[in-house]
Design a protein around this ligand. Structure first.
Ligand SMILES: Cc1cc2nc3c(=O)[nH]c(=O)nc-3n(C[C@H](O)[C@H](O)[C@H](O)COP(=O)(O)OP(=O)(O)OC[C@H]3O[C@@H](n4cnc5c(N)ncnc54)[C@H](O)[C@@H]3O)c2cc1C
Length: 401
């Protein structure tokens, strides 16, 4: 029996971002006998209903169902979610275009745009309520040590935590991944994504739009405030130097450039909130697990945001890891042993790698500006748009249903 008052737990999760906070909730609910320490370095920015968080994620139906089953979706809805019903994707260098509509696949929507702070806030409220989680925040970590039976985490305030399993949900620059010397395959895209919230002249009609340019994709993700449909969250990927130039523009100039880049698909961009530029890097850990350590979410893999899959892959990681931990407990097997963790890795790596490869392929295909490739790409999009069966299969796959 672990003794929480002495800092002994079954599992320590480091990082209470979307993936780590969700991991704590799902694990605590799946087996209330397990004790969990959740450690986070920063106090999360609280969700503020009066404005939109510049950081959003397109949450797939598969992830939504996971949250629904875990009793966690409704509280996110009560904060704010923006369902989108259609998607419009087009090639800036030609006539290629694909349109998806939820009615074609008999679904109420194609997914939800969720503000990151809405999700984290809802999860942390649940963490506070769950009796088998202790939340250590804000506190950084001074050191990690491993012995054959436990992993020991020393906090900077001098406290010491001990567990059978350390779950690294500490994001793309994971300190745990580096400390335990997990090898990675990574490269810099040389691109940065500008993110912000904009106001447009025309309503978005709950349609997510993405224009592929050879310089990078531009996404307009529809946001809803009551019935108002004039706000979108944008992700504008550009070569870093170009992004720096766009960041330096004043709001009026930026809106003018964005109106042109979006082909005025929603008329003029008439307002913009504070802009942020995020460098984009593809990274994949060669292994997700070592004795007593498991990487999840961006700590294991970070991918280009163009298809909005990053955090959805992280949620799929924790679903599988929680299943494997519960399976090990039921069989009396060590939850931090390689028999348990190896099963998690074997189940998750192929899907993550396949998604990353597909995103990389898309990125390169649309970056190519040789005429034959452009023609093929446009022809392919036009033909696909006319084949409803194939098109429906693609969108269902992206939704995870
Ligand atoms: C521009 C952009 C758009 C995106 N859009 C989408 C989208 O539409 N759909 C989608 O699925 N994904 C999207 N993503 C990806 C998604 O944002 C990430 O996959 C997701 O944020 C990863 O969550 P995480 O919890 O693994 O990591 P993070 O969100 O990075 O959280 C890590 C947490 O760990 C904490 N931490 C770090 N180190 C320590 C430490 N030593 N001790 C304690 N705490 C620590 C941090 O403070 C942080 O809270 C997008 C990404 C970008 C950049």
């Amino acid at each position: 029996m672990v003794n929480r008052s002495q800092g002994h737990y079954d599992a320590i999760i480091v990082g209470a971002g979307m993936v780590g906070a969700a991991a704590a909730c799902f694990l605590a609910k799946a087996n209330p006998q397990l004790s969990i320490a959740l450690v986070e370095a920063r106090v999360a920015t609280p969700f503020d209903k009066s404005q939109f968080d510049p950081r959003v994620a397109a949450i797939t139906e598969k992830s939504r169902q996971l949250f629904e089953r875990g009793g966690l979706w409704q509280s996110v809805v009560e904060k704010r979610v923006s369902p989108y019903l259609r998607m419009d994707v087009w090639d800036a260098e030609g006539t290629g275009r694909i349109e998806f509509d939820c009615e074609d696949i008999h679904q109420p929507n194609l997914g939800h745009i969720v503000e990151n702070s809405a999700l984290v806030d809802s999860l942390l409220a649940e963490v506070a309520w769950l009796a088998n989680i202790d939340f250590y925040c804000p506190v950084s970590i001074a050191d990690y040590q491993l012995d054959s039976d436990n992993v020991i985490v020393e906090l900077e305030d001098g406290r010491q935590l001990m567990a059978k399993l350390l779950i690294a949900a500490d994001g793309s620059n994971s300190n745990i991944r580096q400390h335990f010397q997990f090898a990675t395959r990574e490269w810099d895209y040389g691109h940065s994504a500008i993110i912000t919230t904009i106001t447009t002249e025309r309503p978005h009609q709950q349609t997510a739009r993405q224009r592929f340019m050879s310089t990078g994709p531009l996404a307009f993700l529809p946001l809803m405030k009551a019935e108002d449909m004039h706000h979108c969250s944008i992700v504008w990927s550009q070569e870093t130097e170009v992004a720096e130039g766009l960041m330096a523009l004043d709001d009026r100039q930026f809106c003018a450039q964005l109106s042109v880049a979006s082909e005025q698909c929603l008329g003029q961009v008439v307002g913009v909130e504070e802009r942020y530029s995020i460098p984009l890097r593809q990274r994949h850990a060669t292994d997700y697990v070592a004795h007593r350590v498991a990487l999840v979410g961006d700590a294991a893999h970070s991918i280009h945001p163009l298809a909005g899959q990053g955090v959805n892959l992280g949620f799929a990681d924790i679903e599988v890891l929680v299943e494997e931990i519960c399976r090990a407990v039921a069989r009396g097997v060590d939850i931090g042993g390689m028999a348990t963790l190896g099963r998690y890795q074997r189940r998750r790596k192929p899907e993550n790698l396949a998604t990353m490869a597909a995103m990389e392929g898309f990125k390169r295909l649309f970056a190519a500006d040789q005429l034959p490739l452009r023609m093929l790409r446009n022809l392919g999009m036009t033909q696909l748009n006319q084949r409803s069966l194939a098109k429906n299969e693609i969108i269902k796959r992206a939704m995870g249903i």
